[in-house]
Design a protein around this ligand. Sequence first.
Ligand code: SAM
Ligand code: SF4
Length: 321
Amino acid sequence: MIDNFGREINYLRISVTDRCNLRCKYCMPAEGCGNLIPHREILTFEEIIRVAEAAASIGIHKLRLTGGEPLVRHSIVDLIAGLNAIDGIDEIDITTNGLLLEDMAHDLKQAGLCRVNISLDTFDPDKFREITRGGDLSRVLRGIEAAEREGLTPVKINCVALGGFNDDEFGRFIDLTRDRDITVRFIELMPIGSADVGEGYGFISDQDILKMHPELEPCDQERFSVSVDYHLPGAMGKVGFISALSHHFCSTCNKLRLTSDGKIKPCLHNNEEIDIKKALREGREEDVVKVLVESVNHKVARHRLNEGAEPIVRDMNKIGG
Ligand code: SAM
Ligand code: SF4
């Protein structure tokens, strides 16, 4: 379906849970995901599949599962198999912290998963423990290798750029792309929800990273991608930049977001949410489609985070990125 600004909306991000086995500083407040969504409010697999079927009927053909941490949702492999059976859905991807991937990659692939994006901000085990409030880096690195082995490729690594934290490691991230089919994507820190990275760490723009690494050259852009892609000359992989703040990517935005408690977010960067759970629990299938069409029509031309828009209230672990 085409929105009011000529963008083809063909991609739905589905947050399947707000629960997580990490507590990343930029995503959650220090006390963690304290105010968890009650289980009865969380969409069942059957409800998520009905939303995806309705989405396919209006031209959405790509799905991404996210969270919280999508791999902690019980029987997630069954959900992927169910989504994979929907006519019109031709790509299912996942965004994960990678902790559980080593054991699950094979079954995820068999169920129909196409690709994984894995979040990783540092190669230093102590810094990893610090930014994730307790995570074990070695499990994520094994998860990345398992994803490559299973052909969940190209694996994309999402690195939130944090001045004073990982700016000394950007070169190492970029080097990963030399001889592996990996895309490293630097993400600008976004001011979302009640998370606070704390003293000493700061925003660093994608332009700053490009200045630090002039060896990167622009390369072919993926259609509709929010990332602007570069590569090292002769490298196998790519280096992408997701500049939500410094150069907003709104003109190529092709997505809707479904939260685990049944709200559609037309835009990540404003607070508007449209309830779809009532239609799922009390209405008919046409009502579910109607909510999706209304949501596409509510997409804004661009976000106004840099122009004094009201802060985003929902925490990132309840949106899914
Ligand atoms: N748990 C999964 C993971 O970490 O990949 C999926 C959910 S997480 C909310 C999705 C993405 O959002 C991750 O790549 C994470 O790094 C990113 N993210 C979370 N908070 C952010 C923030 N404040 N600014 C920029 N990216 C953020
Ligand atoms: Fe969990 Fe992902 Fe948020 Fe980290 S970024 S706390 S892994 S949901």
